[in-house]
Design a protein around this ligand. Sequence first.
Ligand SMILES: Cc1cc2nc3c(=O)[nH]c(=O)nc-3n(C[C@H](O)[C@H](O)[C@H](O)COP(=O)(O)O)c2cc1C
Length: 318
Amino acid sequence: MKNFWQKFKKPILALAPMAGITDSAFRQICKKYGADIVYSEMVSIDGLHYNSAKTFDLIKFNKKEKPIVIQLFGSKPELFAKAAKEVEKIGADGVDINFGCPAPKIYKNMGGVRLMRDLDLCYKIIKATCLATNIPVSIKIRAAINLPQGKVTAMDLVKKVGKLPISAIMIHGRSYEQGFGGKIDFKAIKSVKKAFKGIVLGNGGIFTPEKAKEMIEKTGVDGIGLAQGILGKLWLFKQIKDYLDFGKYREFDMAKIKTVALKHTELCYKLKGAVGILEMRKHLGWYLKGFENASKIRRKLMVADSLKQIKDILNSEL
Ligand SMILES: Cc1cc2nc3c(=O)[nH]c(=O)nc-3n(C[C@H](O)[C@H](O)[C@H](O)COP(=O)(O)O)c2cc1C
């Protein structure tokens, strides 16, 4: 098995999966600014099974994004196996299984973090996926899920599945109940790093190079996964690398941010057409965060519906 995970210089900087955000355009720009590895948005194994064109669109990627991991969600071992074969067929470097998503729609259907309540099922899913494919299989998990019927921790899951040939674990240091905010449980991440022989990536709350360093130092992980911290700041990867290598990093000025925002918009439009322009609105809002006049510019951008209009607004206002 080609295990690309072992080839990286550490610490590994990964783009964590974000549904509705980490599409091909986003991933390509993150790669340009220092991401070592990118994860796709989560992709439904049922959608792939039923040949949904929309789901198949989600697993498309450009060679520039490699190495790329496609993340799958669902609950049926046999469909994970089938989907993993599909992911291997299209040339992705790795396949990841989502054991962390708390979204009600996924949770109610037994997927995402809900799976952590059924460790036997987790085992069956990972085993079926590993047996079905020759590309490395990784998992993304949460620190814990606390339920009236008892608590299940990341360590419980790792103990249950640790002997399966899993290549990497990304652990989000928050519980199911915490959602996407609140304190990161460094102890939980550190325990997983100690117990698991493969690559461990720590995830959660990394918004600055200083926070990245803190996560690495406090937990001893092999790398980190970035999510909300890079929204509107896709160059955070480069800043983290500079900080870890040289102890300092540069902030991007308005001219550089404008260049990234325009490039991102052009690429998104090229890949998705008019829909891409609508999807860019949220990203442009994030790029403008902290700018003088941001709310005025944002209001104009929120009604722009062509590439030309967006370019005109950014060129005249920034
Ligand atoms: C909008 C959004 C979408 C997300 N989608 C996914 C997903 O598809 N799969 C997944 O495993 N995690 C997903 N996550 C969780 C992130 O990968 C990450 O674990 C979480 O945001 C914590 O990291 P952070 O504090 O750096 O944001 C998503 C998070 C956000 C904010």
